[in-house]
Design a protein around this ligand. Structure first.
Ligand code: KG4
Ligand code: ZN
Length: 335
C-alpha cells in the first residue's frame, strides 16, 4: 500500500509518498524559515500563511517525484498535533478534503510519535525491535518514552521548562548567532573546548525529567560578565568555548537520563529523534556511551531527524494496519 504523508506542524510544509511504511518514494519539504529569521523565532501567522500557499504545490511535487497519482494512494496520514494551531489546520483541512473527494481513508498521527518512527525508514529490515526507549529532542519538546508497539507508547519523563532545541535557540540568541541556534552552535562548538567552562543543568525531582532553563541563564550571566568593549563584544574564542561547553553539558544530561531510562525498563535499544538528533556530536557521544553499556542506539538520517512527512506516512501506515481509523470529524490535538 502507498501512503501519502502530510506534515505542517511548525514552519515546514511537507508531503511524502511511502511504500509499505518503510520505503520512501518521495519526501518534499518546503520551509518558511528564512522569513522568520529576523524575528529570532517562528511567527505562527507567517508560518500558516506560507503553508496555505505551499501545500498544493508540495503535494503535487511529492506525487511527481514518486511517479505516483492520487489513485495509487491507499491512505492519507496527516500530523494532527501537537504543533502550531493555524499550521496544523492547513495540513489537516487539506488531508480531509483530499480524503472526502477521492474516497481515501485519512488518519491523524501525533507529531512526537512520528519522530520516534523516523528510525524505521530507509533501513530495510534492520529496524529497532520493541520494546525500546525513545528520546525525542526538538524545538518544542524533550521527552523520554517507553515504546512497546506502534500504539503502545508511554511517557517516562519530559522537560519541566525549556526544550533542548529551545535552549540551543536561546543560547544562540545570547551569543548573537541568529536563529535557529542548533546548527550554528554545533558548528562553533567544533572549534571550542567542551571542558573549558563548567555549566550545569538543574536537578529535577523526578529522575527522568529535564530542565534546561537554568543552563540558559548561566550562559547569559557568563556571557555578560565576559563581554568587553563599548560595543559589548564577546571574544570569538570565548564564544566557541561557551558553545562547546553548553552543548556538551546538555548532551551529557540527555545521554545520562536516556541510559537511566533504558536501565529502568531493562531494554537494550534506544531510539533518538527530533531536530536536535541531527547534531553529529550528540550522535557520536550517545552511540559511544551507550555502546559501553551494551545498548544499541538508532538515529534517523539528518533529513529524517528534522520535520518531514515521510515519518508521518510511516507511522500512519502501521497504525492503520493495527486497526486505527479516523473520519472527517478528525480535529487538531494540541498536546
Ligand atoms: O524537530 P524540529 O525540526 O522541529 C520541532 O518539532 O520543534 O526541531 C527544531 C529544533 C530547533 O530548536 C533547532 O535549533 C534544533 O532542533 N536543531 C539542532 C540542530 N539542528 C536543529 N539542535 C542542535 N544541533 C543541531 N545540529
Ligand atoms: Zn518536530
Amino acid at each position: 500500500m502507498y501512503t501519502l504523508g502530510i506534515e505542517t506542524s511548525c514552519d515546514e510544509t511537507s508531503a511524502s509518498v511511502v511504500y509499505k511504511g518503510r520505503e520512501i518514494l518521495s519526501n518534499v519539504v518546503a520551509t518558511s524559515l528564512p522569513l522568520h529569521k529576523e524575528y529570532g523565532g517562528i511567527i505562527p501567522e507567517i508560518a500558516s500563511r506560507m503553508q496555505l500557499e505551499a501545500i498544493t504545490p508540495v503535494v503535487s511535487s511529492a506525487f511527481r517525484s514518486a511517479k505516483k497519482r492520487i489513485g495509487d494512494i491507499g491512505l492519507i496520514s496527516v500530523t494532527s498535533g501537537p504543533g502550531l494551531l493555524g499550521s496544523l489546520i492547513v495540513g489537516l483541512s487539506f488531508a480531509k478534503a483530499l480524503s472526502a473527494s477521492q474516497a481515501i481513508p485519512v488518519l491523524g498521527v501525533n507529531h512526537l510519535y512520528s519522530h520516534i518512527f523516523a528510525s524505521f525508514l530507509g533501513r530495510g529490515e534492520k529496524v529497532p525491535r520493541f520494546p525500546f526507549v525513545a528520546l525525542i529532542v526538538s524545538g518544542g519538546h524533550t521527552n523520554l518514552f517507553y515504546v512497546q508497539g506502534f500504539d503502545r507508547i508511554s511517557l517516562l519523563g519530559k522537560t519541566l521548562d525549556d526544550a533542548a532545541g529551545e535552549a540551543f535557540d536561546k543560547v544562540a540568541k545570547i551569543l548573537g548567532l541568529g536563529y535557529p541556534g542548533g546548527p550554528v552552535i554545533e558548528r562553533l562548538a567544533q572549534e571550542g573546548d567542551p571542558h573549558s567552562i563548567l555549566f550545569n543543568c538543574s536537578r529535577t525531582q523526578a529522575p527522568l525529567d529535564f530542565s534546561f532553563s537554568g543552563i540558559k541563564t548561566a550562559v547569559l550571566y557568563y556571557a555578560r560578565s565576559h563581554t568587553k568593549g563599548e560595543k559589548g563584544m564577546l571574544r570569538r574564542s570565548l564564544r566557541k568555548n561557551i558553545a562547546a561547553s553548553f552543548q556538551e553539558t546538555v548532551f551529557r544530561v540527555l545521554i545520562e537520563k536516556s541510559l537511566a531510562a533504558c536501565r529502568m525498563k531493562g531494554v537494550k535499544t534506544l531510539v533518538v529523534g527530533g531536530g536536535v538528533a541531527s547534531n553529529k556530536t550528540l550522535r557520536n557521544l550517545c552511540i559511544g556511551t551507550l555502546r559501553r553499556s551494551g545498548i544499541r542506539v538508532f538515529f534517523p538520517s539528518q533529513p529524517l531527524s528534522v520535520d518531514n512527512a515521510a515519518m508521518v506516512a510511516s507511522l500512519g501506515y502501521y497504525l492503520y494496519k493495527n486497526g486505527h481509523r479516523d473520519n472527517l470529524y478528525l480535529n487538531v490535538g494540541l498536546d
